[in-house]
Design a protein around this ligand. Structure first.
Ligand code: ZN
Ligand code: ZN
Ligand code: FE
Length: 736
């Protein structure tokens, strides 16, 4: 007989995504016998018959959409006497732990939820093996129902039948449930039998603010079509200008308000279902949604609850994190009612516990491809393989904090924890750290943190009473991008607001040559933006005029125009730290053009500059490069001249962006590196990034952007781990 028996070992994202039933169906269709089972985080298969090779092909070519096969090994073994193909119970293994991020409602479930004849009609917790909650509800591995927050809900007979049927879409769908047996909605303070969903929808129509318990935490919803309703939410949330995201029913509705190209549509409809930043069509929705930018954050419903709300409200809804500005997102019913009581008029609750807080992710398309700006629901946890791992934790940055973990073979990036600006946020980060270590079973031997000792994240790292390694902020940014793209030799352009340099000054307009070699990471600061002082220190990050005064102080022709209050600080160098920050240079330009005097959130001035510049082609202001200093003084002088002679703010902003892009190219030309990484918060500016990318490409360089690890401070923690695990040294002479 020529029946062959093979053993297949599959690693990757293969659990919680319908992988075993897929293998089962293929094997049965091919007339094979054998079995499939989960083992640790991988899947093991034995198959016997005439077409075992076809099974391997199908696993590689057409595995379920949310699965990904990282490694597939096949070995031939002795045939045995066997009649059928079976799915065997999981075998605990010692493999690495993987878990799939939460998956947006699939098309099949969506159809059932909207079908009056389906038993899932209007059921807000419908899911299947291809969709539904994962990381937000799983307490520990292996991923079985008893290890999720669904363990309190006993399945009804029909759910149980589907769960046990290998040919059913809900075979081993751990969170499966229906209206008979699963979680249910309730309206806080309303004991009537009325439909909570209908009441919540009516409240939204009446202009009320509704807090809903979403997938990874509470969200605040309000009618997005009327300015005064949006403004009321802003007042109550104490968030005057920062952009608010909008949820719409489908791509068609998104297109009514924004331009949506193919890549953006794909991103909106992806299983991660992030908020996608889209170019707004003017005049369609209130400016109050995002007063400083030409974009709007739009998302499609990610869960059945959101789908039903969006369908039944039938209009755009603001959908923003359920928190007071800079506090962590609420996940617990009672906590939400208490903390959000002054914001929301109505609370739409449910009784499925949230295991860990996951905010909505934010992404956009830049240079034709997606880029994640906030790594959370649908994307976290995010693993990257590393050659030599070591048990370690990284505490990340102070703003947009994420934590990352390293085990023997991977760096795992955790979810967005927010800005560590108050004790609630810091507590939430501590919890996230404990959770991450426990969940992945990592006992860190070392904790990486930022060089800045006063970041709440650095304080946390020291609290853990383990050896710490302090990694320079911009080196971390660069290494995160190198990790993501597997690069070992780059010029990294790292531009952001601020990060402490080893020389004690504030860095933020950096050009670093970074190498990853088997003996460790080495880096050298090859250039930086010309330094200037920030009169008033931290106050300068809010009051842009301080940045402008500090920059003008460096230009002999403009020095005399600096106000006397700033002059007093600058003359004596009093509370006027030295910086090379690109972010602060943007702030100076926001002041010079009159576009933004006081910032109510980080990056507001830069957002307004970018929006004002539009996409018009423009002449460049000139920067000069000498001795590793990229000097912007001529730029400032020219911009100042333009402003006084009445050139429009938008034109000045455009020339400024173009000038910076040529400045970046001049440093790249000076360096011998082909790969040029563009990262740091400033490269969230699409105009700057696309201008720089285009010019670098035209000159033969290979520009590299952060794609899955955010370019902002959310990307700092994985970079810290690369430095710590691989070892890092500064080979620089130049710190000028
Ligand atoms: Zn589904
Ligand atoms: Zn049921
Ligand atoms: Fe940064």
């Amino acid at each position: 007989m020529n029946a062959r028996r093979i053993r297949i070992h599959v690693e990757g994202a293969v659990q919680g995504v319908g992988f075993r039933p897929f293998v089962y169906r293929q094997a049965v269709a091919l007339g094979l016998c054998g079995w499939v089972r989960n083992c640790g985080s991988s899947v093991e298969i034995e198959a016997q018959g005439l077409s075992t090779a076809a099974l391997v092909d199908r696993i590689q070519a057409s595995h379920p959409p949310h699965a990904s096969v990282a490694c597939l090994q096949v070995e031939e073994i002795a045939a045995i006497d066997e009649q059928a193909f079976r799915i065997l119970p999981s075998r605990p293994g010692e493999d690495v732990i993987t878990v799939v991020p939460d998956l947006a409602t699939c098309q099949d479930c969506r159809r059932e939820i909207l079908d009056p004849t389906s038993r899932f009609y209007r059921y807000p917790f419908t899911n299947c093996s291809q969709c539904g909650p994962r990381y937000s509800i799983v307490e520990r591995v292996p991923y079985d129902r008893a290890n999720t927050t669904m363990r309190g809900f006993a399945m009804c007979s029909e759910c149980r039948r589907e769960y046990g049927d290998p040919l059913n879409r809900r075979y081993h769908a751990q969170p499966t449930a229906c209206s008979k047996c699963g979680p249910g909605l309730s309206l806080h303070g309303n004991a009537t039998s009325a439909d909570p969903l209908q009441l919540a929808t009516k409240s939204l129509h009446d202009g009320q603010i509704v807090a809903i318990k979403g997938l990874g935490g509470f969200q605040l919803l309000v009618d997005a079509s009327l300015s005064e309703r949006v403004e009321r939410l802003r007042q109550r949330k104490r968030r005057p200008h920062k952009p608010l995201a909008v949820m719409v029913r489908d791509i068609g509705e998104a297109r009514e308000y924004c331009m949506v190209d193919a890549a953006e549509a794909h991103l909106l409809e992806s299983a991660g279902a992030p908020i996608v930043l889209l170019t707004r069509r003017p005049g369609r929705l209130p400016d109050a949604l995002a007063p400083d930018t030409g974009t709007l954050g739009v998302m499609l419903p990610a869960t059945p609850l959101h789908l039903l709300l969006a369908q039944e409200f039938a209009g755009p809804l603001v959908c923003t994190s359920g928190n007071l500005s800079s506090e962590p997102i609420c996940t617990d019913n009672e906590e939400a009612v208490e903390r959000l009581g002054r914001i929301a008029d109505v609370f739409l609750l449910h009784d499925r516990p949230i295991r860990r807080a996951l905010d909505d992710s934010v992404a956009r398309v830049i240079d034709g491809e997606p880029q994640l700006l906030r790594l959370a629901r649908g994307f976290a946890p995010l693993p990257f393989p590393v050659r030599k791992g070591r048990q370690a934790l990284a505490a990340g940055s102070h703003l947009k904090n994420t934590l990352s973990l390293c085990d023997s073979g991977r760096i795992i990036v955790g979810q967005h924890n927010g800005d560590l600006e108050n004790s609630l946020s810091v507590d939430a980060m501590r919890q996230a750290g404990a959770d991450l270590r426990e969940f992945f079973g990592v006992r860190p031997a070392v904790v990486a943190c930022d060089l800045h000792p006063d970041y709440a994240s650095s304080v946390y790292a020291r609290e853990l009473k383990l050896p710490t390694v302090a990694v320079q902020h911009h080196v971390s940014h660069a290494l995160a991008c190198m990790l993501e793209h597997g690069l070992s030799e780059v010029l990294a352009v790292v531009w952001d607001g601020s990060g402490l340099g080893p020389d004690g000054t504030i860095w933020g307009g950096e050009f670093l040559q970074v190498d990853r070699t088997p003996s460790g990471v080495t880096w050298r600061r090859v250039a930086h933006l010309k330094q200037f002082r920030l009169p008033g220190g931290d106050a300068a990050s809010k009051e842009t005029s301080r940045c402008l005064a500090g920059a003008m102080w460096e230009v002999p022709e403009l020095k005399g125009l600096v106000s006397s209050s700033a002059r007093q600080l600058l003359e004596r160098g009093l509370n006027s730290p030295v910086c090379s920050s690109a972010g602060r240079l943007f702030d100076a330009m926001a002041a010079l053009t009159g576009l933004c005097a006081v910032q109510t959130y980080e990056g507001q001035g830069a957002s307004r500059l970018e929006a004002a510049a539009g996409t018009q082609q423009s002449v460049d202001y000139q920067l000069s490069l000498a001795g590793g200093v990229l000097d912007w003084r001529d730029l400032l002088l020219a911009a100042h001249g333009d402003a006084t002679s009445g050139v429009a703010a938008g034109e000045i902003a455009a020339r400024f962006h173009a000038g910076l892009a040529s400045g970046i190219l001049s440093v790249a030309l000076d360096s011998a590196r082909k790969s040029v990484v563009l990262t740091g918060g400033c490269f969230q500016n699409r105009l700057l990034t696309e201008l720089a990318v285009r010019r670098l490409r035209e000159a033969g360089f290979e520009p590299v952007l952060a794609r899955r690890i955010p370019p902002n401070d959310g990307g700092v923690s994985p970079g810290q781990l690369v430095a710590t695990v691989e070892g890092v040294s500064n080979v620089s002479g130049h710190t000028g």
